[in-house]
Design a protein around this ligand. Structure first.
Ligand code: CTP
Length: 487
């Protein structure tokens, strides 16, 4: 049911003026030609009123959306119209943007169903069935009312107040499409808005319904939250509403502090969010942000209490790295990014252990070798991981990392470990020593690698070859003895 206090038809000309967008006059002309009222609706209007320019346009037709899409495509000589017959929508793809057409309609998800059913509706009804008041505004394209803003739920006021609010009773709006609960959090996080009290309560009441939504849609919203300027705002809302426990239980489990006697540990959830915000200040890359979100993910599983030492989380970096693939699979994220995130989670404590001046070059070389191309991102993560409230400590940690990076640069300049290519390839080893492909080739290569990492020889072909001739007999003998004993 449309709420009476907010549903008064508010029509006035949009100001600031519509953007100078070549698609707008085309839509306006088309509206007249086919004698069908057309409206630009949703995100395009919202973002325009927020002073942002957007490319993709959603067009609502008081008629058949698919037919209008085809007429539009013909008019602009676009041959790409993607029709979603079942949903009554169609998308025209132009070289740099998508224009989506939909007939005014209401759609609803039914109990336990993942696919919505769609029925025709009036324009105001359509707006009432949208997610939030700020997305339920439309601007008329037909010459008879060109430029008039339809804002029956006072989305414009909510934009000014920076509030996310459902046009209808939240129970109804979220029942129509439970993904909207995640969208509310995403819009709040990305636009720095608050969620209206009743809408927030609605999310809490309906959170269980999120489980009928497909994982792809949930993941999409989560990624958008992670890509916010300050992603913590979104995760705090997910936690507060109870959605986090359902959509990302591993992150939810980070929350809470245990106190035993005089020992307590810091709340890993808030620490993680701080790290995520810190990294987001320096990096847009979503997978680096995901690595920050997951860096301590195994702390709850590895937590142990020792009367003398207090709380420990031994091995959380290794176990955490092993959890990454499982999480990526569940979220249907591309698995080719798993090794990167695994590496950062696995290595995130290593630089801290190397800041001491007494640490050998060899230990630093080994980290450079293991981190490879990812060394800069690893150091970004380590710096983001400094969340102490004590400025003296922060300064000390930052200085430590600065010194370490300097040492790394010196070693890298000499040994070029970042883009590691073994100085002697397996093929050459087989040819020179006349050995077939076998584990022995790997052992000989590893001996050269270790010698370089231990600083015994430089990362150069001649030195590597000389070293190999020196050690090969011992390695081959040992290998043969071991194989002989086995058989
Ligand atoms: N919409 C909705 N419920 C949803 C998804 C979308 O009511 N679950 C409506 C909103 O009016 C929204 C419009 O459809 O503005 C277009 O949806 P979409 O393109 O997903 O979102 P935008 O608002 O354009 O914003 P963004 O592109 O940032 O997702």
């Amino acid at each position: 049911m449309v709420k009476s206090d907010r549903s008064r038809e508010t029509k006035r000309r949009i100001s600031p003026e519509l953007p100078d967008d070549p698609v707008i006059p085309v839509l306006s002309k088309l509206s007249e030609e086919i004698d069908t009222p057309l409206y630009i609706v949703g995100g395009y209007i919202r973002d325009h009123l927020l002073g942002k320019s957007v490319k993709d346009i959603d067009v609502m037709a008081a008629g058949d959306g698919i037919a209008v899409a085809k007429a539009f495509a013909k008019k602009v000589h676009a041959n790409n119209v993607i029709v979603y017959q079942k949903f009554g929508t169609a998308m025209v793809t132009l070289p740099d943007r998508n224009i989506e057409f939909v007939g005014a309609r209401k759609e609803k998800y039914h109990e336990r169903s993942r696919k919505p059913s769609v029925q025709p509706a009036t324009v105001t009804e359509d707006l009432s069935r949208r997610d939030f008041t700020i997305n339920a505004m439309a601007v008329a394209m037909h010459s008879s009312e060109y430029g008039v803003l339809l804002d029956p739920f006072r989305g414009r006021v909510d934009l000014k107040k920076r509030v996310i609010r459902t046009p209808l009773d939240p129970d109804e709006t979220f029942d129509d499409d439970p993904l909207r609960m995640m969208r509310a959090v995403r819009f709040a996080a990305r636009l720095h808005f608050t969620i209206h009290r009743e809408t927030l309560q609605g999310i809490k009441n309906n959170k269980e319904r999120i489980s009928i939504v497909s994982q792809e849609r949930i993941t999409d919203e989560l990624l958008k939250i992670i890509q916010a300027e300050k992603p913590s705002a979104g995760f705090i809302l997910l936690k507060e509403t109870g959605l986090l426990e359902i959509v990302f239980p591993e992150v939810d489990a980070l929350a809470g502090v245990d106190q035993r006697y005089e020992h307590h540990h810091k709340d890993v959830f808030y620490h993680t969010l701080q790290v995520l915000d810190n990294i987001s200040e320096q990096a847009d890359d979503v997978y680096l942000r995901i690595a920050a979100l997951l860096h301590d993910i195994a702390k709850p599983k590895t937590k142990a209490y020792h009367p003398q030492h207090g709380w420990t989380f031994h091995g959380h970096e290794e176990l955490g790295a092993r959890m990454v693939k499982h999480i990526f699979k569940r979220f249907k994220l591309p698995l080719d990014h798993v090794p990167y995130v695994e590496k950062l989670v696995r290595l995130h404590l290593r630089p801290m252990a190397l800041v001491d001046d007494q640490v050998t070059d060899s230990a630093i070389r080994r980290l450079l070798f293991e981190a490879g191309e990812e060394i800069d991102d690893l150091m970004k993560l380590c710096r983001a991981d400094i969340t102490s409230k004590n400025p003296r400590k922060v300064k000390q940690y930052v200085n430590n990392y600065n010194r370490l990076v300097k040492r790394m640069e010196e070693i890298e300049a000499k040994d070029r470990l970042r883009h590691w290519q073994p100085p002697i390839r397996g093929d050459e080893i087989m040819e020179r020593f006349n050995i077939p492909p076998s584990k022995l080739v790997g052992l000989l290569k590893k001996a050269v690698e270790d010698a370089i990492l231990d600083g015994k020889i430089p990362n150069e072909y001649e030195a590597a070859l000389e070293y190999l001739y020196k050690v090969k007999d011992d390695i081959i003998r040992e290998y043969n003895e071991r194989n002989f004993n086995k058989s």
